[in-house]
Ligand binder design. Structure first.
Ligand SMILES: CCCCC/C=C\C/C=C\C/C=C\C/C=C\CCCC(=O)SCCNC(=O)CCNC(=O)[C@H](O)C(C)(C)COP(=O)(O)OP(=O)(O)OC[C@H]1O[C@@H](n2cnc3c(N)ncnc32)[C@H](O)[C@@H]1OP(=O)(O)O
Length: 192
């Protein structure tokens, strides 16, 4: 049961896939080297890998590592919420919109053991002005396996200034000179 602020208003529109969005099946890659969700430069990060789907949808995979435990042998709930947040946030690349998580509601349906591959799927359901409504599901035992986690979210579109004003100078500078052109464009040119 989601809260009222996650229900799109009556004037919400269906999401529009950007014409330059990666083709279905194409990996999205990391948007930032040091992102805890997807960055290759975070030894204990999730290293989540997302692929574009049809429309404004995607799939992603995350393997639960020993560093991600809460209870012995089980994934920490906050880490699972991070996987959902990262998956949902990646949808914005298909819209070519810069947005941040405003609200994330998570249902933890079944425990997720260390070593498990979490198979995620997510879609944007509606857009209303700066507000982007989305939902995601994480399954275990295979892409068609039982649901372990579910989330609904509201992302809010922001200008790139959100990051340059609030982020730390040294990381911003490093990200701006990232030799990976796709990462640079995902961080800085998504909404030119
Ligand atoms: C230089 C380096 C750049 C690096 C850039 C990197 C990446 C960018 C590109 C691509 C990203 C790709 C993949 C990303 C994948 C995963 C990342 C995970 C995402 C995150 O992990 S991101 C971190 C956590 N996130 C935050 O750090 C947000 C902190 N927060 C704020 O910065 C403000 O809070 C903000 C901006 C959200 C809103 O502030 P604001 O002043 O702009 O707008 P305002 O408050 O007016 O809200 C406008 C309308 O949204 C409604 N609304 C707002 N908040 C709501 C809530 N919580 N619940 C229900 N409704 C809400 C209002 O009710 C109003 O609705 P209405 O228009 O109907 O009145």
């Amino acid at each position: 049961m989601s809260s009222a602020s996650l229900l799109p208003p009556a004037d919400a529109q269906p999401p529009v896939r950007h014409p330059d969005a990666p083709a279905p099946g194409e990996p999205l890659g990391a948007h930032y080297e040091h992102c805890f969700g997807c960055g290759p430069g975070q030894p204990h990060g999730l290293h989540l890998e997302a692929r574009a789907g049809d429309g404004v949808s995607l799939t992603a995979e995350f393997t639960v590592q020993p560093a991600h435990q809460g209870a012995p042998g089980l994934a920490h709930g906050g880490v699972l919420a991070t996987a959902l947040d990262e998956t949902l946030g990646s949808l914005n690349w298909l819209l070519r919109t810069i947005a941040v998580t405003g609200r994330l509601e998570t249902d933890f349906v079944a425990p997720v053991p260390v070593g498990t591959v979490l198979h995620l799927e997510a879609e944007v359901t509606a857009v209303a002005g700066r507000k982007i409504y989305s939902r995601a599901t994480g399954r275990i035992g295979g892409p068609e396996g039982p649901v372990a986690v579910r989330a609904e979210a509201l992302f809010i579109e922001v200008k790139v200034d959100h990051f340059t004003e609030h982020g730390r100078e040294q990381e911003i500078r490093a990200a701006m000179s990232d030799p990976d052109q796709i990462r640079r464009s995902r961080a800085f040119e998504v909404n030119p």
